[in-house]
Structure formats: structure tokens, C-alpha cells
Design a protein around this ligand. Structure first.
Ligand code: ADP
Length: 474
């Protein structure tokens, strides 16, 4: 692609040069000759009329000798570079600036016809076979007593006009060459601003296509090409990042699947080979069951995340009472709370509070937050769930006074598989997927979730939901 683009541009450039040349050689050439011819004919006609009204008419009116008029014609011949004739209407040549006066041998232009010019005042040709070379001939009548006595004819060789035309054309050709050379600047601009950056971009795309997503290239221009380069390089970095994320994800998944599987395998083998005696089976089978529960939780979490990612905004939205959902969720944790002597306090705005969202997903988000709050709470503490209405939004807060989250971990807790070191000891069953699922759910609704936490004091998770316009319980 890159070679042809350059060749195409060069070809266009050569076509431009060729047509430039053709136009100068044809149109410009004929226009120049035509213009020169007209100008010369005009000048000679004025001269001829002047002669016809002065020296030539003197020949007929006053007694002026042929010699005197001849001398004047000769001088004009030298000045104009043209042949001057005085000819009478029948074609008899009275005076010729290029021949001596010879009364004996009179020259007659046979076939002379003064109307030969038709509507014009000049004619081009060999003037009734009087010349071998083509001439521009102009003539003006000599009148005396209202009668045409003769004509003043001036012949100018066409070769002279062509010669001046060619001189002018040479200037045009020179201008064309200069223009052609100047337009090379465009070619240089094209090479520097389009061709070379495009080549760099092509090289980069080849590298990216070959899988080298970390390939770096630079285009230092702020035009569309520069923007294209920057966009491409950004795209590659994003792909590289998502590839890295994917690798990390697979590594995490494998790791999190392997540890429960290893322990299940270990205990089962120990039971089979008798290392664990049958009276301890119950204890170890409970552990095995817990591990399989963990695996199920992990698989479900991954599936949920995958659905959220691929389906994006595909939510089953409806209007429901968020207060009711919170009450139900709190009730479902009653058993766990009792065993840890934890109380859940509900501070809900109004009796009913309607939001427009996907109820099942919001239930899951709430479940994850409550599950964490209970997991990381100290015994005999209180968990507060609060709803508030502000700027057409409902804010739901889940607040515990548990272990809190270290400052450095605050950004990381939303990542998949992230579990803070402090929680690992307390929470062996955690998958590290709960908060990333919660975040995806809230973001899919176009809303936000935030956390405020102090290590050793407690954490508060707050998310927003859109207030339903019509309060209608479904
Ligand atoms: P898991 O399912 O393992 O709990 P999450 O994504 O829900 O994973 O949480 C990630 C990490 O965030 C937890 O391992 C814990 O370190 C921290 N965390 C989440 N909620 C709380 C909380 N209420 N109090 C203290 N730490 C928390």
C-alpha cells in the first residue's frame, strides 16, 4: 500500500506536468500567435491609412515625383521591416519599396482583388502568388475626389510573427518549468506530513498485528495524521492492558481454584489411604464441603461478572421499594448475625421508597455489601443500613464498625480477586469478587458507589440509585 500511494502521487504530479505542457504548446501557443497577428495588423493598418492619406494621395493630387514617395516608402520599409506597395485598382504595381522604379517593365499583380480581405482589414497568404513566403497583408485605399485611385499595401512576413510568438512561448515554457519545480514543495510536504507518518503508522499496525502490542511510535504533528497515530497507539496500549489484565485474571482464577482443589484432593487421599481414621471423617468431610462451597461461590461469581461484562447495560429495570428489599436482605442475614451477636439497624427514609432499577441485581449488590460488613465486623457491634433521598436520587449506605480497610487498599478492593492481607486471616472463604460484581452492577445502572473507611474503626459503602418517577409498587 505504501509504495503505491507514493507512486500515485508521483503519477498525478507527472500528469499535471504533462497537461501543463500540452496546454502551453496548444492553447497558449495559438492564442499568442493570434494576439500577435492582430496587434501587428492593427499597427500596419494605421500605418497604411496614414500613407494613403499623405504621400500616396500626393501622387495623385499634387505634382510629387515617384522618387520622393519611393524614398519615403523605403525609409518606412526599413523601419517596419515590411514591404510597402502602392498598387492601382487594376493590380498595376506603381511603387514597391523592395524594387527600383522601372517604368518600362511594369509589374501587374494578376488577379488582384481589393475585396479579398472581406470583412477584415488584413489577409494572410502569398498575396495573389506575389510571394513565396506567407505574408500578413494589410491595405488601405487611396482616395481622391471621392474615387479610389489605388491602394497602399503593407506585407509583413508571417515568419517574423511566429518568431516573436516563439520567444513569448519560450517564456511560458520557462514559467511552466519554474512552476513545476515550485510544486515540488507540495511533494516534499506530502512526503513529510503524510507519507512518512503513514508509513510509521503502517509499521506500527504491522507490529500490533504480529502481537507486539508494546511497540511504541511517535508522530509529532497535531493534525489528523497525528491524531490517528495517537489514537492507534492508545488503542494498542489499551489492548496490551486488557491482555495483561486477562493474563492476571487467568492466573488469579487458576490460583483460586487450585488451592481448594488441592486441599480437597489431600483430604480425600488421606481418607482413602487411612491416614485419616474413620472417626475423624466427619470433621474432614465438613472441611471438604466448605471447600466445594467456596468453589461454587467462585464459579457463580465469575459467571455473574462475565454476564455483566458481556451484556453491559442489559438490565431488567423496574420500579420497586428499596426499603422493602433492604428489610428482606437484613432478615436473611439474621441467623449469621445472631451467631456473631451482631445487630443490624435500619434507618430508612419513609415507609416506602421507590427506585427504578434491576431489583435482582440490586439485591445481589446489597447482599455482597452486607456479607462483607458482617464478615469484617467485631462481635457485639452494630451494622447500620441507611437510605436517604437527595437530588432525585436515593443513597443507600451500609456502615460497619469492623476492621476497616487500610488506606493503600482502598483503590484496590474493587479489583477482581483482590483481598486485603488483613482480611485473609478472617475470611478464608472470600473470593475477592464480591465488590467488583457490586461495582459493575451499580455502574451498569449509570450510578456510583463509594467507600469511606478507617483502619480499625470501620467502613461505610454508599451507592446511589435513581428515584422512580411514579411511585408504583410492582
Ligand atoms: P470477598 O468476596 O472476598 O469479600 P470483596 O470483593 O467483597 O471480596 O472484598 C474485597 C476485599 O475488600 C476484602 O477481602 C476485604 O479486604 C475488603 N473489604 C470489603 N468490605 C470490607 C469491609 N466492610 N470491611 C473491611 N474490609 C472490607
Amino acid at each position: 500500500m505504501r509504495k503505491t500511494l507514493y507512486l500515485k502521487f508521483l503519477l498525478a504530479y507527472l500528469i499535471f506536468a504533462f497537461f501543463g505542457f500540452v496546454v502551453v504548446a496548444t492553447f497558449v501557443s495559438s492564442m499568442t500567435i493570434e494576439q500577435l497577428k492582430r496587434e501587428r495588423a492593427d499597427a500596419l493598418y494605421r500605418e497604411a491609412t496614414l500613407i494613403a492619406n499623405t504621400y500616396a494621395s500626393d501622387l495623385y493630387n499634387v505634382e510629387t515625383s515617384l522618387d520622393t514617395v519611393k524614398k519615403q516608402l523605403d525609409a518606412l520599409d526599413a523601419y517596419l521591416g515590411a514591404t510597402l506597395w502602392i498598387i492601382n485598382p487594376s493590380g498595376l504595381l506603381i511603387l514597391d519599396s523592395r524594387a527600383p522604379i522601372d517604368v518600362e517593365n511594369e509589374t501587374v499583380v494578376s488577379g488582384f482583388d481589393p475585396t479579398v480581405t472581406e470583412n477584415s482589414y488584413y489577409t494572410i497568404g502569398n498575396f495573389f502568388d506575389s510571394f513565396t513566403e506567407e505574408q500578413l497583408s494589410v491595405f488601405a485605399p487611396i482616395t481622391s475626389n471621392y474615387k479610389v485611385r489605388g491602394y497602399v499595401v503593407i506585407h509583413y512576413p508571417m515568419s517574423n510573427i511566429s518568431a516573436s510568438g516563439n520567444n513569448l512561448l519560450n517564456i511560458s515554457y520557462l514559467m511552466l518549468v519554474i512552476l513545476f519545480l515550485l510544486s515540488l514543495i507540495i511533494l516534499i510536504f506530502f512526503t513529510e506530513m503524510v507519507y512518512l507518518p503513514l508509513r510509521r503508522i503502517t509499521e506500527a499496525t504491522e507490529q500490533y498485528a504480529a502481537g507486539n502490542m508494546h511497540y511504541e511510535f511517535q508522530i509529532d504533528s497535531e493534525d489528523e495524521i497525528g491524531y490517528l497515530g495517537a489514537t492507534l497507539s492508545y488503542m494498542a496500549s489499551e489492548i496490551a492492558r486488557s491482555e495483561d489484565d486477562q493474563k492476571k485474571f487467568v492466573a488469579n482464577v487458576s490460583h483460586d481454584f487450585r488451592s481448594p482443589l488441592t486441599s480437597i484432593k489431600g483430604y480425600l487421599e488421606a481418607m482413602l489411604d487411612g491416614t485419616i481414621p474413620p472417626e475423624l471423617y466427619e470433621k474432614y468431610l465438613t472441611i471438604v464441603l466448605n471447600e466445594t462451597e467456596r468453589l461454587t461461590k467462585l464459579t457463580n461469581g465469575l459467571l455473574t461478572l462475565n454476564n455483566l461484562n458481556t451484556k453491559g447495560m442489559l438490565l431488567d429495570k423496574g420500579i420497586f421499594n428499596i426499603n422493602k428489599v433492604i428489610r428482606n436482605s437484613a432478615a436473611s442475614f439474621e441467623g449469621t448475625c445472631k451467631s456473631k451477636t451482631i445487630a443490624i439497624e435500619l434507618i430508612l427514609t419513609g415507609d416506602e421508597l421507590f427506585v427504578n432499577a434491576d431489583m435482582v441485581k440490586i439485591q445481589q449488590a446489597l447482599y455482597n455489601l452486607l456479607d462483607n460488613a458482617i464478615k469484617f465486623s467485631r462481635p457485639d457491634s452494630i451494622i447500620k443500613i441507611e437510605t436517604t433521598e437527595k437530588h432525585n436520587k436515593i443513597f443507600v449506605s451500609v456502615k460497619d464498625s469492623g476492621i476497616g480497610i487500610p488506606k493503600d487498599d482502598l483503590k484496590l478492593i474493587w479489583d477482581r480477586f483482590y483481598k486485603s492481607d488483613s482480611s485473609r486471616g478472617k475470611d478464608k472463604k472470600g473470593t475477592g469478587l464480591g465488590l467488583s460484581i457490586t461495582k459493575e452492577i451499580i455502574h451498569a445502572h449509570g450510578e456510583h458507589i463509594n467507600v469511606i473507611s478507617t483502619e480499625g474503626v470501620g467502613s461505610e459503602f454508599i451507592f446511589s440509585l435513581p428515584l422512580a418517577e411514579e411511585e408504583n409498587e410492582d
